[in-house]
Design a protein around this ligand. Structure first.
Ligand SMILES: [Zn+2]
Length: 266
């Protein structure tokens, strides 16, 4: 009898727990813009070591399944095509290093200023066009090092109120690059990573942002530093951060400007 009572009480607690979990997950992604009908331009190229074509194929599948219309371009010249840029809601760029011409950059910059969103990850957005500081001004950060090359490390989700990161637990990612970045301390940081002393002793305990959101003009900009290999997105937390960040950035033409200012130094 007591045993049965205990079982019933446990069951009630389990049901309450399940519902409260559902509530947390519901609140997280329900506030993000839908991808249904959104026009997304995916621009890929640059250093082949980041497998740009594989990345674009993988991410296109998620976005198409969510109802987005995808246009792919393996040329930066697309940024000068005003007709395409005007019809685009979001640009996802995966272009490591390389060079961008003045005209191509103006096309990209003007589109984002007007309200086209910009999202991406790793070197494809955070280490493109090293000779262009204006580009870095737009992204809010630039890769500078990945100590130790491919390693295992932990991502700490630090913002549990933002719909991009809400409900995502800290997670570990294996055999990939931990980005050390120089970043604009006014971006809204959603996740971070802490460095150990295994390669460069002096960086032990330093914390560097992994995911952030910001604005450039009217355009929403989302960046995630994970993604040295497209397989990184087989890790659920990594996929979720990128997918939700893409959703958020796709809404800048349709949603009011959000306050993403989180100044570190005041
Ligand atoms: Zn890399």
């Amino acid at each position: 009898m007591i045993k049965n009572k205990f079982k019933i009480i446990s069951l009630i607690f389990a049901i309450i727990f399940m519902f409260s979990c559902k509530k947390v997950n519901k609140s997280s992604s329900d506030h993000l813009p839908t991808l249904k009908g959104k026009k997304i331009l995916m621009v890929f190229g640059g250093w082949e070591g980041h497998h740009p074509a594989v990345f674009v194929t993988k991410v296109s599948k998620w976005l198409e399944a969510a109802g987005a219309q995808i246009t792919q371009s393996d040329s930066l010249e697309v940024y000068t095509n005003k007709k395409i840029m005007d019809a685009t809601d979001l640009i996802i760029q995966y272009w490591t290093m390389g060079e961008i011409t003045k005209e191509q950059f103006r096309g990209l910059e003007n589109a984002v200023k007007r309200g086209v969103g910009l999202a991406g990850c790793h070197g494809g957005l955070g280490d493109s066009f090293r000779n262009n500081p204006e580009y870095q001004y737009m992204i809010g950060g630039q890769w500078v090092e990945h100590p130790g090359g491919k390693i295992d490390y932990t991502i700490n989700v630090i913002d549990n109120n933002d719909p991009i990161s809400d409900g995502i637990k800290d997670f570990e990612i294996k055999d990939t690059e931990q980005y050390y970045m120089h970043i604009d301390p006014n971006t809204k940081v959603l996740a971070t990573t802490k460095f150990t002393d295994s390669i460069h002793t002096w960086i032990k305990g330093r914390v560097i942002p992994v995911a952030w959101k910001t604005y450039y003009g009217n355009g929403r900009v989302f960046y995630l530093s994970i993604g040295h290999n497209p397989k990184d997105f087989n890790t659920l937390g990594a996929k979720e951060l990128l997918f939700r960040g893409i959703k958020w950035a796709s809404g800048s033409k349709y949603e009011p400007i959000e306050n993403t200012l989180k100044a570190v130094y005041e």
